[in-house]
Design a binder for this molecule. Structure first.
Ligand code: HSE
Length: 297
């Protein structure tokens, strides 16, 4: 039975809304096997939350791949070992779906090339800035152009650490997208263009400090931070404690601070800002995952 390890991802990284995604060294495992009836087991995050029937996202992805390759929809046994917290902006649904696609493709003897799986994941999950780095690993820039996912992997500066502070409440991507405006001020669009261009230059030059400095955004964070009490104070506190930059992870509520060394005080300062709003939070010190989804054993 294929067992697939898939990384968490942090999308946007500040200015790269729907464009940048970074794989992190926090991994889920997904096992997929053909079975006589639908059977899903979940261990870890989301155990009491995620559906255990055919509506499960990982299950649906496996069925859809088989339907496209073989024209039939068999039943599966799927086992999810979840370490990525659910609905916190760390790509948990992308990881489930990507793991299931890679596992199901392996069961079929890998008929579909990576590009097809990347496309299918984008179609089923809707956020290629999470699903693509979950396949590829590292830092990835993506765009959907003429119904195709166009992506490139970008270099990463040495010594990059990410301190993730994960508030103990869930925020669905759907809700966090519904709050976004239909139009943004021209100067805010230019603000993001400036920072995204310089962030890409920082990635190529290995300039961690510049990369952190460019982790700013005016397209989505100002709206979404209103849904996350304490987030603005947490961002300020992280910078004060030595973070090079801080951004909302994906659609939140997790915040990620970029640091040149693992600085526990950055996480603690952010967590204290949440506590002042009555919100507890977990701290994780993470590194980029150079590896994307991979079959274990
Ligand atoms: N780029 C997407 C968003 C990521 O910010 O809505 C969703 O995880």
């Amino acid at each position: 039975m294929p067992r697939v390890r898939v990384p968490a991802t942090t999308a946007n990284l500040g200015p790269g809304f729907d464009t940048l995604g970074l794989a992190l060294d926090l991994y889920n495992e997904v096992e997929v096997e053909l079975a006589s009836r639908a059977h899903i087991e979940i261990e870890g995050e989301g155990r009491d939350l995620l559906p255990l029937d055919e509506s499960n996202m990982a299950y649906r992805a496996a069925v859809e791949l088989f339907r496209r390759v073989e024209g039939k929809s068999p039943r599966f046994y799927i086992r999810l070992l979840n370490r990525i917290p659910i609905a916190r902006g760390l790509g948990s649904s992308a990881a489930a779906l990507v793991g299931a696609l890679v596992g199901a493709n392996a069961l079929l003897d890998d008929p579909r090339p990576l590009e097809d799986l990347i496309m299918l994941a984008a179609e089923l999950e809707g956020h290629p800035d999470n699903t693509t780095p979950a396949f590829i690993g590292g830092l990835v820039a993506v765009a959907v152009i003429e119904n195709k996912v166009c992506w490139r992997r970008l270099p990463l500066p040495q010594g990059l650490h990410l301190i993730a502070v994960i508030p103990h409440f869930r925020l669905s991507t759907q809700e966090a997208r519904s709050i976004l405006p239909l139009q943004v001020p021209f100067k805010d669009a230019v603000f993001n263009l400036n920072r995204l261009a310089l962030m890409l230059a920082a990635s190529w030059e290995g300039d961690l400090k510049l990369m952190g400095q460019m982790m700013e955004d005016r397209l989505h964070q100002p709206y979404r931070l209103q849904l996350i009490p304490g987030a603005e104070e947490a961002i300020a506190a992280a910078k004060e404690a030595g973070a090079l930059g801080v951004a909302l992870s994906g659609s939140g509520p997790t915040l990620v601070a970029l640091c040149h060394v693992p600085l526990p005080q950055v996480g603690e300062a952010m967590a204290r800002a949440f506590i002042r709003q009555g919100i507890t939070a977990s701290i994780k010190i993470l590194r980029p995952s150079p590896e994307g989804a991979a079959i274990l054993e």
